[in-house]
Design a protein around this ligand. Sequence first.
Ligand SMILES: Cc1ncc(C[n+]2csc(CCOP(=O)(O)OP(=O)(O)O)c2C)c(N)n1
Ligand SMILES: [Mg+2]
Length: 604
Amino acid sequence: MSEAKDGPGAIERPALANETGDYWGSDTVALMMREIGLPYVALNPGASYRGLHDSLVNLLGNTAPQMLLCLHEEHAIAIAHGYAKVAGRPMGAIVHSNVGLMHATMGIFNAWCDRVPVVVFGATGPVDAAQRRPWIDWIHTAQDQGALVRNYTKWDDQPASVAAAAESVLRAHRMAVTPPCGPVYVCLDAALQESRIGALPPLPGAARFKPPRPAAPDPAAASEAAGLLQGAERPLILAGRLGRGQAEWEARVAFAEALGAIVLTDTKTGATFPTGHRLHGPPAGNNPGPEACALIREADVILSLDWVDLAGAFKAACAGEPGGAPAAKVILASLDHQIHNGWSMDYQGLPPTDLHLPVEPDRAVAAILPLLKPRAPGWQGYQVKLGPLPTLGTGDTIAPSDVAAALREAVGARPTTLIRTPLAWAAGFWEAAHPLDLLGGDGGGGIGGGPGMAVGAALALKERSGGSGRLPIAVLGDGDCLMGVTALWTAVHYRIPLLVVVSNNNSFFNDELHQDRMARQRGRPVGNRWIGQRIADPEPDLAMLARGQGAAGFGPLRRPEELMRTLRAAIDHVDGGGVALVDVRVEPGYAPVGSAAILRGGSA
Ligand SMILES: Cc1ncc(C[n+]2csc(CCOP(=O)(O)OP(=O)(O)O)c2C)c(N)n1
Ligand SMILES: [Mg+2]
């Protein structure tokens, strides 16, 4: 094998045989992966798919799809997850039988909860026991491997023939990219992969197996929704899981402006509406803050554009209200009910809904917008005043808000994608003026996915901009970073520029707060809350862990005045095509949801 690491993406190019000779079962799967347009397959190798691995390298030449070698299967899935969040299309991931899939499960769960398409391939030892090699092939074989992930994938399959495998790949891809999107799993029998099939059978083309065209809402329902919104005095839009397209972004702005509707956005789901717009409401963190709750109570029509956990938002806002629900008429635009199952409760509570448009939420906006007539703007006498963005402090220690302030200053006006933010980060620390400015959370709350998602998103940003556009930045908690830190090797290896800033409180601090609550509730010593939580003695050297993988490592930084110079140096390194990690030691503490005030009739 010849290796070329100089070109973009550092593709390891194999020496190909002039004649491929006979074809093998896995060749058809590899060709189908190309047919459905997977640009990459993130993987960690394993003998259970050595047949497929050979096909990808020696038949396809490690291109379309190109392998992305990962040091852990959880990274492979997280990279695919982050990639799809930016690119809007999936890449593949391949995980070894049983054990590889077991490593991958948390990432698959995160992608499921985040409704992001990932096409996961796996393998089993030969289903035909007579064909199993002693010991290891038996360890590789399970009766129903898909059972490991069936509860949080949209579909799984274990095709029993080459023809069935071709169809399976087509179906898997279509299932993954059809909204509500999600991960799928195709398990390939090692014996099927390694069977000699002679001539290549005719393979189906993807063109006749496209995903369904998105549906528009039923016209009667769209006009009913338009009527409700048109007649509302205080229309409130909850902008949840929405597309990253610029046209859809602009349609949402036009929609809110046509109504004078206030728009709430959510850190779980990334940028959906310009945060600097006069109609942007108080920032919402993982739950709506007090001012957002007040608007939910005071609205007379609420339109949820696939808001994650609408029932939870209503509960937070209206627990003390009659019926515990908002008085407003509730319009829901969401397809999410189609993906709910009886295992994972990520579907959240059941929100009261007066009118449900079962379409992609951006389609609902597109259908209702032309029906709106000129009218007086909503929320007469109201004004939402957002609190100031954080400024860099001059104290002896660094607060999480200082990290945000310094990053904002270091980045300036330059287009930047904030791929991730840590738990200690408040909504309202960062402005969004473009759908790619913020990418939101991990979906399932699985710590350790942050570095992988950062690498995958950075890869898609590199592709998108030809390497010269958006600066990819992930701000990670130290716990999240440490669990997934070897994902950075993949970024270094494939020349994917990325800046990781660690908001490092030397703790799984979220859970210190839980122990704090428990101790208070029980009248026990709160001072012990750090035990079993602090990541100290020794403090992991994150910069060294980055350098150990070929990235540039900066820090630990402990004083605010060190931030600017170091961040600028790290950004220079990223601009040169590198991966940089800056370890910032921050005071433990969570910033509250960004502050805002609602002025009613001119008074606060
Ligand atoms: C895989 C996994 N294990 C444990 C948890 C529980 N958990 C939630 S937040 C958290 C702490 C994360 O630490 P860090 O990333 O440093 O963020 P911090 O809370 O310190 O800001 C933990 C352990 C989880 N969500 N996922
Ligand atoms: Mg921490």
